[in-house]
Each structure stands twice: as C-alpha cells, then as structure tokens.
Design a protein. Structure first.
Length: 446
C-alpha cells in the first residue's frame, strides 16, 4: 500500500518499542479510539526481526486502509451514480489509490514482540484524513469543471473537439470519490458526476453515420480499389450538421478482406476508406464503421472506461460475386495422357471449398489454373521400378494475362511393378503434396 521508504521510517520508529513479557491490552482486545482509524498488524516471527517489523507494519496500514475504503465506498454506493458508464468502478480504483498514497499521517502507538508473533498498533486521525480528502474533492471539482466548460464551448459546431474533452473529464470526476461535484453553471446548480456521463451519452446518440452504396463488381480474390464512403452528421434528420475530423474505425464483421481501417471525416463530414481486396467466400459480407473513441484521446487516457459507452456505428453490406475459374490441365504418364486425371480433381475440390464458380472456357474466366505434369522413367532395381514426375502449377489473370502464381515440383518419385505403375504412384504422391500445402499457397493468391 505505502512506499517502502515510508514503511522503513515507521519501522525505525517501531524499533524504539520495548519487548513485553505479557501481551498488552490492545493485543488481547482491539481498541476503539474516538476520531481515529485504528490499525493492528501482526506478523509471524521468522527470525529476521527487521522483516517481521516491516510485515507487521504493512499489515497495520492495510487494516486502516481497508476501513477507509469501506467507509468511502459505502458513501459512494449511497449516491445515485451512473453505474452504466463505469463511473462507480473508476471511483473504487481512485479510492484505493488515494488511500494507498495518503497514509503519511499514520502514528505508531505501540509495538509488542511475543514469542511467536510481532505486533504493531497504529492510528490515523479521521479529521486529518477528511481534510485531505476534501482537498482532493475540491481539486477534482476544479479540474472536472474546467474540462466541462471547454467542451460546452465547442458544442455543437465542433463535435470531434468537444467529445474528447467530456471523456477526459471522467478522470478527475472519478477522483471526486463519490462527491456529486456540484457547481454553478449558467445560473443553475449542476452535479458534474451525473451531468458529464449524460452529456457523453446524449452526444454519441445524436451522431449518425450514413454510408453511400458500394458501387462496382466485387469479386473475391481480385485486386480492386473501391471507395467506402461514410458521412458523419450530428443532430436530427433535416436539421443535422456535418461532423468534421471524426475518427472512424472500419473492419469486416462478416467475411474478410483488405481495406483502409482508420479514417477521419473531412469538413463536410465525409470519411473515405478504400476497399482493395475481398478474401471471404461469403456471398454477402459486412464492413462495420464505428466512431473510434480511443483515437480522439491522447495516449495517457487509455485507462478511461470507454467500453462503457456505445460508440455510433453503421454496417455496410457488400454483395460479392464469385470468381470464375477455368482449369486447363495436362497430365501425362510416360508421354500418354492419363485416362482419369489425378491432379485436376484435387484442384477442383479445393477451389469448390473456396466458393469459386467454374467457367466453361478460358475466355469466360477471371483466372485460369494451368497444370502441366508429366512422368519420365527413372531407375530399376531388380523388380522395383522408379518413375519421376515433373509438374508446374500456375495461375494467370485472364483480363491482362498477368501470372499471379507459379510453382514447380521436380522429380517426385513413384515406385511400382513397372514404369507406368510407378508413374501413377508419382501422380498420387504429388496430389498429396498439393493438399498439404502447395495448392493452399496458390489459392491464397485468388
């Protein structure tokens, strides 16, 4: 709770205490002293007297701190605080921090060293602590009100400037330790502990995000450059104002793809992202654009309870057409075409799993898959024959002839009772290699 330096000072004071043959009354019965918090700490003796003193002292301080935390927390709980916005949790954290840091006025009343335990008796003036707490409340009121007034002056024309000021006011607000932080504002009494969360809630509720329809032919796996336009406005329909410099975060919530994920609105409220690739197989995919509250704040404000507020968002649906694929396969065993292709069915099955559509000709396809595989005779050892398979797999974009992927396998071995049978075995082995990684790498380019 306290710094080690403070504990060390208390321990030195404890060192002046005298051992007693008989436990003092405060050890047997916890004392109650009007106007004071009492802390009793005990440590099991370990043979290291200095360490035992430090442990007992810390336990005594913890005892006082717990009483103060309970007292203040009870006062907080008795007030109507907007718990939905995480303010109560923030108060609790601030109470613990304040109590830990502000026990400098603790006095050592007595110590006692028994045969098995070391005891410390401490106390803290309730008046002194109350004065310190009031100073903190007054300081919290001043800092909170300053941020509140700054935010109010930005409304309604500078929403993106007002919102972070309201949000940053949550920190000193929490340091008010449950006090309503009442102020006079524009001739009326205002309780900042409820007014600020309400301002944030109302402001966010009044922001609307309006998407423009997505234009263009959207196909999975192709390089595209499609604008995703979101306009941010504030106020009711027909009487709304554009919201400038508002940060938006965009991400796929259904499907997947590549796009500019962080954008800000211009002076007219328009924010423009770019969709550059669609990777998901779903026919209907969704991009969600939401107001990025964290991006409005400085880095040192990361601990604010932003997740307790609902940031405005909008979902943009994408209708995705499937890529048309044509497979052109040449599979030869010792110069003769295979009667039943081995590699082409594997490729077709994996492509089907990816949600593609097959074209009946290369001219009508978006991408052509080229398979060129042929075996050659290897060696013979007694009655075991060895054939070798060489193959090339490539993907070509039909529109411009660009080769988007190419890989080769050389000398894939197959064994059998003759060279022809060994060649078939080599094809089967190559098909397994396709499924185990080579083909997956190729399909990722689609």
């Amino acid at each position: 709770m306290l710094s080690r330096a403070h504990i060390a000072i208390l321990v030195l004071l404890i060192g002046t205490g005298l051992d007693a043959a008989k436990a003092p009354k405060w050890v047997r019965n916890r004392p109650a002293v009007a106007g004071h918090y009492i802390g009793i700490g005990v440590a099991t003796r370990s043979g290291d007297l200095a360490a035992d003193r430090e442990t007992a002292t810390q336990n005594a301080l913890n005892d006082i701190a717990t009483q103060i935390e309970v007292s203040i927390s009870s006062a907080v709980e008795s007030k109507e605080i907007e718990d939905n916005f995480g303010i109560r949790q923030a108060y609790s954290a601030q109470i613990q921090t304040m109590v830990s840091a502000d026990l400098a006025g603790v006095e050592i009343v007595d110590t006692w060293k028994g045969k098995k335990e070391f005891w410390v008796y401490t106390r803290l003036s309730e008046l002194k602590f109350a004065q310190l707490r009031q100073q903190k409340i007054d300081d919290a009121r001043r800092r909170t009100f300053e941020l509140f007034v700054q935010a109010e002056k930005k409304m309604p024309g500078q929403i993106a400037a007002a919102l972070p000021l309201y949000l940053q006011a949550l920190r000193p607000l929490a340091e008010g330790l449950g006090d309503p932080l009442a102020v006079d504002y524009q001739g009326e009494k205002l309780n900042l502990d409820t007014a600020i969360p309400a301002r944030i809630r109302d402001l966010l509720a009044a922001i609307a995000l309006r998407p423009a329809p997505i234009a263009g032919d959207l196909k999975r796996g192709t390089e595209i450059d499609v604008p995703v336009e979101i306009r941010a406005v504030y106020g009711p329909p027909g009487d709304s104002l554009p919201v400038a410099d508002l940060p938006l975060a965009l991400a796929f919530t259904r499907g997947s793809g590549q796009l500019v994920e962080q954008v800000r609105s211009a002076a007219d409220g328009l924010a423009v992202s770019r969709l550059t690739r669609i990777e998901g197989a779903e026919p209907v995919q969704t991009i969600r654009a939401r107001v990025d509250l964290a991006a409005l704040l400085p880095a040192d404000a990361a601990d604010l309870p932003l997740d307790r507020f609902t940031a405005p968002f909008i979902d943009v649906e994408l209708t995705v057409s499937r890529q048309r694929i044509y497979i052109q396969s040449s599979e030869k065993n010792l110069g003769q075409p295979l009667q039943v292709p081995v590699l082409e069915p594997v490729v077709k099955r994996l492509l089907t799993d990816r949600g593609v559509e097959f074209a009946d000709s290369a001219e009508r396809a978006d991408v052509v898959v080229l398979i060129d595989a042929e075996t050659r005779q290897g060696n013979r050892f007694q009655k075991i024959y060895n054939s070798l398979l060489d193959l090339t797999l490539s993907l070509k974009r039909q529109a411009d002839g660009t080769e988007i992927f190419k890989t080769s396998l050389t000398g894939v071995k197959g064994f059998g009772a003759d060279f022809q049978q060994a060649g078939v075995k080599a094809f089967s082995k190559a098909a397994r290699n396709f499924e185990e990684g080579i083909l997956a790498e190729a399909l990722d380019r689609l």
